[in-house]
Design a binder for this molecule. Structure first.
Ligand SMILES: Cc1ncc(COP(=O)(O)O)c(C=O)c1O
Length: 380
């Protein structure tokens, strides 16, 4: 008797009863699965930093974690970390909203600014394309409507089309990544300013995840524009494991979005470690960033020297590389050599011959360039 019930239960799925209750959008989405082919020795696909040369950062993190009270909940306001971020960026602590990576902050923003406009069935989230996929995925997962406006031929903002989209769709939120992922370039400042001026009743988020490699931040564009926020992260500068990101925005808006935040969203170890690095290992962190910038420019020159490869000028910690012919063939060739980069061939169109290559160690770059040179030879 028990076995009959057991068998019955074994063939039943929770989705038999609960499937109809799930958000319909989930059927179109797939969970994030990292592309992880076997035999990879050189990993240049995820826009992470190469291992730090100086031990100062790891030592600082280790000391901070060792002194964290494990029996206590984290500080729900993350006061020390907010102070440390404020000091290093020029922000005011009250303008900061912290998250488990900027991914969570994107989700908090989309979740809070979710009310559809009058007579609109859904809130609209607008972004250029190609750009960081989480804007679209987060919008869909929250039952909102993502709208994407193509970047122009040099991967810069198309102001006229963006203006029309803003007028027609009245987005609740506009996400602009600058430098942009995956294209690596900064958006022209006058174009960003034009979009900000055209979107005065939307929340415009300037996503500066890669600004550490770009030289200058656009955060001064917040002045006189309370509808503009700036998103940042520590993930790209060697602290991806900590999952710390933040929004700098108008204090009153931050207070509203903060109401939907889980009180202990940033772990105590992450708060302690991130604050300690910002306070005590800042110079070491900047030295690592400079090293990546130098390596980026060298790799860009080396790849541009290969027949048929074109590199978009990068202000980030990765390169956007046009391949001779289909990117898929180059990608497969690299994987066969144990090198993983990110290919966009599945997106088709002008993306079909584009690779995104993260800046790594000089040894990784040597292997990459040697492998690509062999591909070049093999393609004749
Ligand atoms: C443009 C952009 N924004 C935000 C993120 C998310 O970063 P994290 O959640 O690690 O802070 C990324 C990560 O790749 C990104 O490319």
């Amino acid at each position: 008797m028990t076995s009959a019930v057991g068998e019955d239960a074994a063939t039943r799925s929770a989705l038999d009863a609960l499937g109809p209750l799930l958000r319909p959008e989930l059927s179109d989405l797939t969970a994030y699965v990292p592309h992880d082919p076997p035999g990879i020795r050189v990993k240049l696909d995820a826009n992470e930093a190469p291992p730090a040369r100086s031990p100062a950062i790891a030592e600082c993190v280790a000391r901070a974690i060792a002194s964290t009270r494990m029996e206590r909940y984290p500080d729900p306001r993350a006061d020390r970390l907010r102070e440390a971020i404020a000091k290093r960026t020029g922000a005011r602590p009250v303008d900061l909203l912290l998250g488990t990576g900027s991914d969570e902050v994107i989700s908090l923003v989309v979740n809070a600014l979710a009310r559809p406009r009058e007579r609109a069935p859904q809130a609209v989230i607008l972004s250029p394309t190609p750009t960081f996929v989480m804007y679209r995925i987060t919008a869909r997962a929250h039952g909102q409507k993502p709208v994407e406006v193509p970047l122009d031929a040099s991967w810069d903002l198309d102001v006229a089309t963006t203006r029309r989209a803003i007028e027609m769709m009245a987005p609740n939120v506009v996400f602009l990544a600058t430098p942009n992922n995956p294209t690596g370039n900064r958006m022209s400042e006058d174009r960003v300013a034009a979009v900000i001026a055209n979107a005065s009743s939307s929340f415009v988020v300037l996503d500066e995840a890669y600004v550490d490699f770009a030289g200058a931040s656009l955060r001064t564009m917040r002045e006189g524009n309370p509808h503009v926020g700036v998103l940042r992260t520590l993930s790209k500068v060697g602290l991806a494991a900590l999952r710390v990101g933040w929004l700098e925005a108008d204090e009153a808006l931050v207070r509203e979005i903060d109401k939907a935040r889980q009180p202990f969203n940033v772990s105590a170890t992450s708060q302690m470690a991130a604050a300690a690095v910002l306070e005590d290992a800042w110079d070491a962190l900047q030295a690592e960033v400079e090293r990546v910038v130098g390596a980026r420019d060298e790799l860009a020159a080396a790849l541009s020297g290969l027949d048929g490869f074109t590199v978009t000028p990068s202000a980030a910690n990765f390169l956007w590389v046009r391949t001779p012919g289909a990117a898929e063939a180059v990608f497969d060739h690299l994987v066969a050599d144990g090198i993983l980069v990110r290919s966009f061939h599945k997106s088709g169109g002008r993306m079909a011959s584009q690779l995104r290559i993260t800046i790594g160690t000089s040894d990784a770059h040597e292997q990459l360039v040697a492998s690509l040179a062999r591909f070049e030879g093999g393609s004749r």
